[in-house]
Design a protein around this ligand. Structure first.
Ligand SMILES: [Zn+2]
Ligand SMILES: [Zn+2]
Length: 388
């Protein structure tokens, strides 16, 4: 028995020291590209339960989300403002309800070492995560795992609240925080660095909005102007969920079938790949497979509101560097490119799309801040180790 245990330990140790490539191992099957539904939402919003918000009761946030067609929302109040007790604040608020969109459970984990968003399909004991915020990362990771939640690093390269925990404890990264797209350059660099390390970490958006429109002029605060510049859905995170449920939204976030668009009306980017380069698409963003070294055909497509004369610029990023700059136009803009991901190494491809901004009448000042940025995809992965 003892020898058997020792042998098992040796085998495990052998696996752990193997090169982090999956080319010689079976890849997990790729899920259907069509059995599911694209759902849009915002994962980072502060209501009145965050002390740095103003004029933003939950009902106002949810009403705006419903009006602009959101499918899900996460009201992510600072947990330190209620000493970890979001269950008796954000979630127990009588306004925490909607017949039209799915409300996720979570909070902004607000610590001295940076911020994260806890995301869950069901209520969980957030107090436990709050209580370990100053512990070793390995202990925090164990608590997160025990709670069964998705944890996401917020504004990782922010000047004051950059994320200084191990990225081994998170499932995604906020790569597009607020309507101010240019401020995310550092976050994008962090993300590419993490992807190059072999981590398959989803990039997501979050408005980080704090301020609602005052109901009367007397209620206006010094920051009320932000309501018209940065509010629900600036940016909007799209997920390809296998069903219209909270659980499916969280699973899609974890598996990376996710893109981010400038606002709820902006076009959504699709990014797919044909492994035989025959026009039949086999993979979408978030998917990972073994590379054969043969050419793969990639397709970028926009769906939604695209003016017929608009020209969109597509930046293809391969392994953290610009691989190609393409353009697409027309009513349903689409463009392909081909490359041969190497058989013996990890590689990933992701895209950023620039073009005309889409008006967001409910938050009219947001388009000036997001500028030409339209949407970004998550990566398509080759040879990433599923057990990294
Ligand atoms: Zn924060
Ligand atoms: Zn925040």
């Amino acid at each position: 028995m003892r020898a058997l245990i020792l042998a098992t330990v040796l085998v495990l140790a052998g696996c752990a020291s193997a090169p982090p490539l999956a080319a010689d191992r079976p890849s997990p099957p790729i899920a259907s590209l069509t059995d599911g539904v694209w759902m849009k939402g915002d994962l980072h919003i502060h209501s009145r339960h965050s002390k740095d918000s103003s004029n933003n009761p939950e009902a106002k946030i949810i009403a705006l989300g419903e009006k602009v067609g959101m499918d899900y929302l996460l009201i992510s109040d600072h947990d330190n403002h209620v000493n970890g007790d979001v269950a008796h604040n954000t979630w127990s608020d009588p306004e925490f309800r909607s017949d039209k969109l799915l409300l996720l459970y979570g909070a902004e984990w607000t610590t001295a070492r940076g911020h994260g968003t806890a995301i869950s399909a069901v209520p969980y004991d957030h107090q436990r995560l709050y209580d370990v915020r100053d512990d070793r990362d390995v202990k925090i990771g164990a608590v997160k795992k025990a709670l069964g939640i998705h944890l996401s690093a917020n504004h990782p390269a922010n000047n004051t609240n950059n994320f200084t925990f191990s990225y081994d404890i998170v499932d995604s990264v906020e790569v597009w925080n607020s309507a101010v797209w240019p401020a995310n350059a550092g976050a994008i660099k962090v993300w590419d660095g993490l992807l190059k390390s072999g981590r398959k970490l989803t990039g997501r958006g979050g408005s980080d909005s704090h301020h609602g429109y005052p109901d009367t002029p007397a209620q206006a605060t010094a920051l009320s102007y932000q309501a018209r510049e940065n509010n629900v859905g600036t940016p909007t995170t799209w997920v390809f969920a296998t069903a219209r449920t909270r659980q499916a939204v969280v699973e899609a976030l974890t598996n990376g079938r996710v893109s981010v668009s400038a606002n709820p009306y902006a076009p959504r980017v699709e990014f797919q790949a044909s492994l035989k380069a025959d026009g039949h698409m086999d993979m979408m963003m978030g998917d990972n497979t073994a590379a054969t070294g043969k050419p793969v055909q990639f397709r970028i497509q926009l769906s939604g509101q695209t003016p017929p004369d608009a020209v969109y610029k597509v930046k293809v990023v391969k392994d953290g560097a610009t691989f190609a700059t393409l353009s697409m136009t027309g009513v349903k803009p689409v463009v392909d490119f081909t490359d041969a991901p190497p058989a013996g190494a990890r590689s990933y491809y992701r895209v950023e799309v620039e073009g005309p901004s889409t008006p967001y009448p409910e938050v009219p000042g947001s388009t000036a801040l997001s500028g030409n940025m339209v949407a970004l995809s998550n990566p398509i992965y080759f040879n990433f180790d599923p057990n990294f």
